[in-house]
Write a protein that binds this ligand. Structure first.
Ligand code: TXA
Ligand code: MG
Length: 334
């Protein structure tokens, strides 16, 4: 049985967060909002609790988890070494959507790191998340709160639809504000390497600490096992159109409609009068795409689309993170 507690996002009720913190302290699983997506949390120092995350999500055991901390002091429980560049990034971007891969401390549960000598850590900016960690008084390991391979959840309802009955509690803090996962930066290589692009951009990282490398697919695969697995995918087949005119996207959707129901996510206002055609129109901006894309994929899935056509956006700045997720959801296999 999964309890859902509804919180006021601006003024979260302390007594409700305390209930969730007590579930974490007892080794249970609590889904909670962060500024990026909902996370599925457990006490990062408790091996059995962490193993329950993998079971609930159906997550492969070789895919390590991100540990969430609420202050700089807690980081020292999790990581054994924090260098000058990491400190500079922490000063500039924590709390916020930036995850740093550092040498791990022996004190955290072994399965958090899935056999690696490193640990991924971030300090979320969402008040409910940071208050939960503070009251639990322990770092919280939390992957995105979806069944493995499904789009990340941006509302409590998405978490319910994937994990109801499999976890102890969901803190409903409304829709997440960014909507895609944090940037993951490996600080154990020189120069540091972006393993997953996110809302903190390559340009911003470079400005703070000098050159960073973009990890190539094959390299990333070795260093961040998560990218190997199928990710961000709805049930429908996804076709990503990176650059094309509204007229040719219209043409493509019409052709596909002959084979079955079609969904469309994009900024071109297509007009196709067919009950088997459903669409989600977004602004042509990284902000709106990030905030809306996972919910749109889930919605079109529920409406029975066989194929979902997505219109891409400009691959610069924050758009690079959005396009990374769109390409992954369109890839047949990861
Ligand atoms: O925004 C986010 O990062 C969200 C919220 C809940 O914080 N979390 C999230 O977690 O997206 P997850 O598990 O869905 O993605 C974690 C990514 C995976 O690609 C994983 O492989 C990588 O981080 N990762 C975790 N630990 C790592 C490590 N020690 N070395 C390299 N990559 C690591
Ligand atoms: Mg995930």
């Amino acid at each position: 049985m999964t309890f859902v507690l509804k919180l006021d996002a601006q003024h979260p009720q302390p007594e409700l967060i305390e209930q969730a913190a007590s579930v974490i302290r007892q080794g249970g699983l609590v889904a909670f909002p962060t500024e990026t997506v909902y996370g599925l949390g457990a006490d990062a120092m408790n091996e059995l609790a962490v193993q329950r995350i993998f079971e609930a999500k159906g997550r492969p055991a070789d895919n390590p988890l991100i540990v969430h901390v609420c202050d700089r002091a807690m980081l020292d429980l999790v990581a054994s070494e924090v260098g000058a560049k990491a400190e500079a990034l922490i000063a500039a971007y924590w709390p916020g959507p930036l995850t740093l891969v550092l040498k791990r401390s022996q004190r955290i549960a072994a399965s958090v790191s899935a056999g690696l000598s490193t640990v991924a850590v971030r300090m979320p900016r969402n008040q409910i998340a940071s208050e939960l960690i503070r009251r639990a008084a322990t770092p919280i390991a939390a992957p995105s709160a979806n069944r493995s391979g499904r789009p990340s959840p941006t509302t409590a309802a998405h978490v319910t639809s994937d994990l109801d009955g499999r976890i102890d509690m969901i803190l409903d803090g409304g829709e997440t504000i960014i909507g895609i996962e944090s940037t993951v930066l490996d600080m154990t290589s020189e120069p540091p390497a972006i393993l997953r692009p996110g809302w903190v951009t390559r340009e911003q990282l470079t400005e703070a600490i000098g050159p960073v490398q973009l990890t190539k697919a094959a390299e990333a695969l070795k260093r961040s096992p998560g990218v190997r697995h199928k990710h961000y995918s709805p049930r429908a087949q996804v076709v990503l159109v990176e650059h094309d005119s509204a007229a040719s996207i219209h043409q493509l959707c019409s052709e596909l409609l002959k084979e079955g129901p079609v969904g469309f996510i994009g900024h071109s206002r297509l007009e196709i009068d067919d009950p088997a055609f459903n669409l989600v129109i977004l602004e042509n901006s990284a902000e709106d795409y990030a905030r809306s894309i996972y919910a749109a994929l889930r919605k079109l899935d529920e409406q029975g689309a066989r194929v979902i056509v997505i219109e891409g956006i400009n691959d610069e700045g924050e758009g690079a993170a959005v396009m990374d997720r769109l390409r992954r959801s369109a890839a047949d296999d990861q």
